[in-house]
Every structure is written in structure tokens, then in C-alpha cells.
Design a protein. Structure first.
Length: 275
């Protein structure tokens, strides 16, 4: 048994006895690398990874290509490490989904938050519900950059039709900003709500996550504006409307809220000929 083999065996025994709770970050990473990097000093490699990417959590958010540039990191190790955030989200989602009631906003928020854990890019999900507000499924719609994502109302409508949903919730994240909605967020929610209304489907909420914070359109009363504008939308076609006063109370830098870009198809699909 070589020097590294003896060290690895001691680390494994410690994990078996204590778990990972008392390990330092580099020791956790060292242990995770054991199956993928045989007969090498993975402790040194763990330090290299943390120093290269500026922190323990950043190692897992790196791409496989960037991880492989670090001396000693194999292709299999890079794939494994970069996939762990997705594994974490899968675990959280599966753990929470059996307990969630979408008639209860707090439980819905706790469940939906798991979809944005460890994410460094914006992502959008549609949550399809039946007439009793039971979960049919959660569907990824788009993933973009750290401060923007492209989404069309047609993508949301496709989920509703495919699942025969009675109601939907939209959720997305602001990885680099506040959970407070931008004007583009509000306008796109109007477009989606109008599109679903035509189909006889209720948009229950749009929830934005930013770290540990969230913003619920329904909780802050924004759907009263949206519901009141649907008839006007149907009569005049979808337009850009000014933010409600409630959203003007906080002044924010709109440059950090370039979250949703519009497709001409959204507006063309909803434009109604005036009689």
C-alpha cells in the first residue's frame, strides 16, 4: 500500500465515523476526487481548484472544460464536479415535492426555490397545476445569462396545452440582482396572462428569486392590475404599459434587470383584429 493509499484509507474511515460535517472545504473536495484521480495527491489538487476558482462553491459552478485545465483533474472528475449542483437541485426538488401544496404560497415558494439553488445564470420555469392546484409537473422554459434570459409566451402556452393544465405559475431568478421585478418582468407577465386567459387557463403567480429573497406578483397585488388590463389587451392588442405605482415606489437601476427579451411572435400571436 502506497503513501496516498494509506492516507485515503484514513480519510474514508473518518468519513464513515464522523460524516463530512466537520471536514474543511478542501478536505471534502479531496474526498470527492478519490474515485476519479487514482494514486495522486488529491489534497493538493483540491487546494489548486479552490485557489483557481476563488472558492469552494465556485469549483462546482465551473464548466468541465475549465476544471480540466487545472493540473491533475481528469475528464471524469471534471464532469462529476460540474454536475453536482444539478444533483443537489434534483435532491431538493424530490425531497420537497411530496409535501408541497400550491394553494399555500409559503410551501410553493419553498419548493420552487430549489430550482434556482446554485444557479449563476437566469432560468425560467413553468409550473403546471390541475384544477385542485395539485402539481402536474415543473418544466424548464429557458436558461440565459447572469442578467438576462429570452422567453416567449408561446413557450408557456405550449406547456399548458401539453399538460392540459388548469393553472400555471411562472418562476425565474435574478442571480446578480434584487428579486424586485423589472418593467420587462411586468410586461412579459401581462403578455403571458393574456395568452393563457384566451386559452381559459389562469396564471396564478409569477415568483422571482434572488438568493434568499423572493418577490411574488400575487402577494404584492400586481395581478389586480393584470386582471384589470386583460379586457383592454383583448380589445387593443398587447402593448407596453407603464408600471403600476406600487412598482415605482422603489427606484432601482434598470440596467441590472435586463431579464426578459421579447419575440415579435408573442405580440403577433396575441394581436386581435378590431371589429
Amino acid at each position: 500500500m502506497g503513501e496516498h493509499d494509506g492516507h485515503r484509507e484514513r480519510v474514508k474511515q473518518r468519513v464513515e465515523k464522523e460524516g463530512l460535517e466537520n471536514f474543511q472545504n478542501h478536505e471534502v473536495l479531496e474526498f470527492l476526487l478519490f474515485p476519479f484521480v487514482p494514486r495522486k495527491d488529491t489534497c493538493l489538487m483540491a487546494h489548486r481548484l479552490i485557489n483557481t476558482f476563488g472558492g469552494f462553491h465556485n469549483v462546482f459552478n465551473a464548466t468541465p472544460q475549465d476544471l480540466e485545465k487545472v493540473e491533475g483533474v481528469t475528464h471524469s472528475a471534471a464532469l462529476f464536479l460540474s454536475s453536482l449542483p444539478q444533483v443537489f437541485r434534483k435532491y431538493q426538488q424530490d425531497f420537497e415535492k411530496e409535501k408541497v401544496s400550491f394553494a399555500n404560497r409559503g410551501e410553493a415558494v419553498r419548493y420552487l426555490k430549489t430550482f434556482f439553488s446554485c444557479r449563476t445564470k437566469e432560468a425560467v420555469y413553468a409550473i403546471a397545476l390541475d384544477k385542485r392546484f395539485k402539481l402536474i409537473g415543473t418544466f424548464p422554459l429557458a436558461e440565459g445569462f447572469s442578467d438576462s434570459v429570452a422567453l416567449t409566451a408561446r413557450q408557456v402556452a405550449d406547456v399548458a396545452m401539453r399538460t392540459n393544465a388548469s393553472a400555471l405559475i411562472i418562476a425565474h431568478n435574478h442571480p446578480s440582482g434584487s428579486a424586485f421585478p423589472s418593467q420587462a418582468d411586468f410586461q412579459m407577465t401581462n403578455v403571458i396572462a393574456c395568452n393563457l386567459h384566451i386559452m381559459g387557463i389562469n396564471l396564478c403567480d409569477h415568483i422571482i428569486f434572488a438568493g434568499n429573497e423572493y418577490y411574488s406578483f400575487a402577494q404584492h397585488g400586481l395581478f389586480s392590475y393584470i386582471d384589470g388590463s386583460i379586457n383592454k389587451f383583448l380589445k387593443e392588442g398587447v402593448k407596453f404599459y407603464e408600471l403600476p405605482d406600487v412598482l415605482k415606489e422603489e427606484r432601482v437601476d434598470e440596467n441590472i434587470f435586463k431579464d426578459i427579451k421579447f419575440s415579435d411572435d408573442d405580440f403577433n400571436a396575441l394581436k386581435l383584429d378590431e371589429q
